[in-house]
Design a protein around this ligand. Structure first.
Ligand SMILES: Cc1cc2nc3c(=O)[nH]c(=O)nc-3n(C[C@H](O)[C@H](O)[C@H](O)COP(=O)(O)O)c2cc1C
Length: 413
């Protein structure tokens, strides 16, 4: 990959994680890859905004890209660390060994993290204050704290003359970025849809827990005229930055509910008794024109389940009883949904048991503080009979009525 000009003396350097087995954050599958972007501002003083992870050949690759702009690592005067997560800061330790002069601008909360993660002493850091402006040549770099988008120390940098927002994880997305298509105006409609889906999954996996902070951050952004968004993952938005801002606003607001009129159906079955009603569930929803996304656990990846659950106003779980509780992989899935604060959902649960059940009690206990409205549930012993199926269908019809009314009511607001 080559270094790419963004505007004037602002450049993007970037690498894509291409390894299909690589798990982002050690957890999330990224079959379509992800880009890690940093930015260089060339001038009498050279500035770097965010670095890269110290994996694969990334530091060597980025060094090469920076050198393409006739700058060496030793010539960097200022490093702005918007965020200390190692995908952006991993290279800092080695970078600082090669360059002992660069001053690091970061938030107050990042200063101890510089030491802890990269052995960079506090003396090398300038802790910014919210709104502070650093003028470097023709560039006016304004810093502002955006705590918890993604870590507590996260900040953003805004270049006031050219109205560029270096947003770090905010407005980021999964998905590799091709060298010849780094801007929103260089990709076609299909690719826009791709990045919309990948930004939703990225949001649900990485940012969702902090949605209230995203909404606060978006509020703060209203005071800025943003013409270009340069995130640390994904494409640069210069033709229509409002597109990604609107997506993020929508994703963050899903936390307050309702989300879209869609249902994520997550099911498990050991011997097929619970599975026997799955088609009935799907057909009932489809007949009501409700888009359905079906996931099996174990098997389907939690990262994908989270993306779909985040966007769907309805969740339906099917799982049997296992040792007086929920089938364990489903318990794990529910736990993940709780961690990511998937809330304000209309919920239904079904499942088979052998003698006395227990899954429903466990399900209700585990989701007690979820903010989920459990509209109904149905359990049966062993194999479902026709009468069981008829009851499930009746309960689901009522579920659909409520779900449709719930989402309609929101769209009227
Ligand atoms: C390991 C194991 C543990 C089970 N524990 C319970 C239990 O605690 N209570 C109960 O009522 N049934 C229990 N069952 C019975 C299942 O819930 C029952 O077979 C059910 O029909 C399985 O549904 P499935 O075919 O969808 O997996 C257990 C079954 C297995 C294999």
């Amino acid at each position: 990959m080559n270094i790419q000009k963004v505007i004037d003396d602002v450049y993007r350097f970037s690498v894509n994680i291409e390894d299909k087995d690589y798990l982002f954050e050690g957890l999330w599958p990224i079959p379509n890859g992800i880009s890690i972007n940093g930015y260089l501002i060339k001038g009498d003083k050279n500035v770097i905004i965010d670095l890269t992870q110290d994996i694969f050949n990334f530091p060597r690759e980025i060094t090469h890209q920076i050198e393409e702009s006739q700058i060496t690592i030793e010539k960097i005067d200022i490093i702005i660390m918007n965020h200390m997560e190692p995908d952006h800061s991993g290279w800092l330790r080695e970078f600082c060994k090669k360059n002992s002069k660069a001053v690091i601008y970061c938030s107050k909360k990042a200063v101890p993290l510089l030491q802890a993660f990269s052995s960079v002493p506090p003396e090398r850091a300038v802790a910014i204050s919210d709104g502070m402006v650093l003028t470097v040549g023709d560039y006016e770099l304004q810093f502002f704290d955006t705590p918890n988008i993604h870590w507590p120390e996260t900040m953003m940098t805004y270049e006031r003359k050219r109205k560029i927002l270096f947003s770090c994880d905010a407005f980021g997305s999964y998905g590799r970025v091709d060298e010849n298509a780094i801007f929103d105006d260089q990709i076609d409609g299909e690719k826009h849809q791709f990045f919309e889906q990948e930004s939703l999954r990225y949001y649900a996996n990485i940012v969702a827990t902090f949605s209230s902070f995203v909404l606060k951050g978006l509020e703060k952004l209203k005071g800025f005229d943003v013409e270009v968004i340069c995130p640390s993952h994904g494409i640069i938005w210069r033709e229509n930055p409002a597109e990604i801002i609107d997506h993020y606003k929508r994703y963050a607001e899903y936390s307050k509910g309702p989300a879209e009129l869609e249902v994520a159906v997550v099911w498990s079955s050991m011997y097929g008794n619970t599975k026997q009603v799955l088609n009935l569930v799907i057909e009932t929803l489809c007949k009501r024109d409700i888009p359905v996304h079906v996931f099996q656990v174990p098997g389907d990846e939690i990262g994908y389940i989270l993306g779909s659950a985040w966007k769907s106003a309805g969740l339906i779980f099917g799982m049997p009883t296992y040792e007086y509780k929920m089938f364990p992989p489903m318990a794990h899935t529910i736990e993940e949904l709780m961690v990511k604060k998937v809330t304000n959902k209309k919920v239904f649960r079904f499942g088979s048991f052998g003698w006395a059940g227990g899954a429903q009690k466990d399900f209700e206990a585990r989701t007690m503080r979820s903010g989920w409205d459990i509209l109904g549930h149905y359990e049966w012993q062993g194999t479902p009979k026709e009468s069981d199926k008829a009851t499930i269908q009746r309960l689901l019809e009522a579920y659909c009525d409520t779900l449709i009314a719930f989402t309609r009511q929101a769209s009227k607001k």
